[in-house]
Design a protein around this ligand. Sequence first.
Ligand SMILES: O=C(O)CCC(=O)C(=O)O
Ligand SMILES: [Fe+2]
Length: 239
Amino acid sequence: MNTQELAKNFWRDGYLVLEDFFSAQLMDEYQELILDHFGASPDFLHTDEFLQKSATEVIPWFPQQEGRHQFDTVEQDTRLTTLTDAILGEGWYPLYCMTMFSRQGTKGQAWHQDCDPQQNADKFNVNRLIYTEDIRESIGGQTLVIPGSHRRGTITIGEVDEDFPDQVTLTPCKGTLVLLHGHTWHRVRPVVGGYRVSTNYRCCPKGTPEEITDICVYRNMRYQFATSSIVEDRLAGEV
Ligand SMILES: O=C(O)CCC(=O)C(=O)O
Ligand SMILES: [Fe+2]
């Protein structure tokens, strides 16, 4: 499939899955660095209230900010930059590379949008997710998406882990690239075995404020990462 066609599919569905995009060797190198960093049982960085209310249990790490320049290889891959050009046009810029780790027995991530279309329907981030190890049935942590939901406005209020009839389950293998529009409704299933790792090379179109992903919308709340606070309880109105 050519780049233009892939970009068209991204805009139609709000996401794109490309298997075997990165070599197993590169993924093994990344996975080793990631596991070295997290060790066996990392602590959570988020507040208890966030963990409880959001049904989200993910620990972030920003490897490039700690001098792990090996993570530049993916960022500079010309196939990835060409595809990003085709999707976002000229002047897009990378936000950061964030690795997300979830231990066995954690909840994954509740349904959310990384940024709020209500704020501005034209402003958004794009997740460029790579998987350095297979997501498997025995481990859980599948990524759920709702095709076309990037055009549906703010995610509806409701159960944080509700099953939707039109949801699609992604089970990315090692080396898979998933591109995901920040307004697309998405969720990560609970991690039932081992641990789960994904790495996100977030970017956004020209003219997007850098703090675009500061407030995330869940079905029960709006949460601000900069202040670690719930800025709106959507079940009860403003807090
Ligand atoms: O790890 C994933 O598969 C998705 C994580 C996510 O919600 C995000 O990167 O915004
Ligand atoms: Fe997300």
